[in-house]
Design a protein around this ligand. Structure first.
Ligand code: SAM
Length: 241
């Protein structure tokens, strides 16, 4: 169970109404029950229910069962698309071990805003369901050009460029950008465009950008949500641990 509360030996952790409903109503737990907790910072903790009510409750931490397992330093930057498909991208990125999720507004992005809190909740649920101890941060929507203006040159961008579809195989694209070798490890950010793809101006800037590596994800133009999952899987296979 995810709780937004510090976890340490003897620490009391209050449960809000939704958590109490889930634990005592849905999962039928009661006082004395053992529960595994994580907060994305302190690892996984064994706790016991010390108060069980309909609208609230309390757990007490006993011992740490697993340390915090940090994912590789991989970000997913993507242009938000329709609501359900944006939710899907955030959920899959959290499952696939992205450390940070950055929705970016591109020239052809239709969304003007996102519900950051809702997307963060999806990331928490995904981390819960795959037994992770880490929850990726979902950032608020930012303009892609601003993100690039302030880019930290220590991080490489894996620029998934539908204009290269078919130009090179997916795997060689991960390692080579028109013959140049890309760094094989370190900090990375995958960049996925919106339904309409990247504009010519964006593509020109990204192809010239010193920290971006333009890659193909294969011969077919994938839907943005499929492309995000494919790129995460290929990155994990080629560069992940
Ligand atoms: N119209 C479709 C949709 O509704 O999702 C296709 C969108 S595709 C243009 C969205 C993004 O997926 C692209 O901007 C690119 O980042 C990535 N993408 C899709 N197919 C790709 C490919 N074969 N190679 C590289 N990137 C690809």
């Amino acid at each position: 169970l995810y709780v937004d509360h510090p976890l340490a030996e003897g620490q009391c952790v209050p449960l809000d109404r939704d958590q109490a409903h889930y634990l005592f109503g849905v999962m039928r737990q009661s006082e004395g029950a053992a529960v595994l907790l994580f907060n994305g910072r302190d690892g996984e903790w064994l706790a016991h229910v010390t108060q069980a009510g309909k609208r609230a409750g309390e757990l007490t931490c006993e011992a740490r069962t697993r340390p915090l397992q940090m994912p590789p330093d991989l970000w997913l930057m993507f242009a938000p698309i329709k609501k359900a498909r944006t939710d899907f991208i955030v959920e899959k990125a959290a499952e696939m071990g992205a450390a940070r999720i950055l929705p970016v507004q591109t020239d052809f992005t239709n969304a003007e805003r996102i519900r950051q809190d809702r997307l963060q909740a999806h990331a928490v649920e995904a981390a819960e369901q795959c037994g992770g101890t880490f929850v990726p941060e979902v950032c608020d929507l930012q303009r892609l050009d601003r993100v690039l203006d302030g880019w930290d040159g220590e991080r490489q961008i894996l620029f998934c460029d539908e204009g290269l579809a078919g130009a090179s195989s997916a795997l060689s694209g991960l390692f080579c950008d028109e013959g140049r070798s890309a760094p094989e490890s370190g900090r990375w950010a995958i960049l996925i465009g919106p339904e309409g793809g990247f504009s010519d101006a964006e593509r020109a800037r990204l192809r010239e950008f010193p920290h971006a590596n333009a890659v193909s994800l294969g011969p077919r133009i994938l839907r943005a949500d499929t492309a995000a999952v494919a790129a995460l899987a290929l990155w994990q296979m080629a560069l992940g641990d």
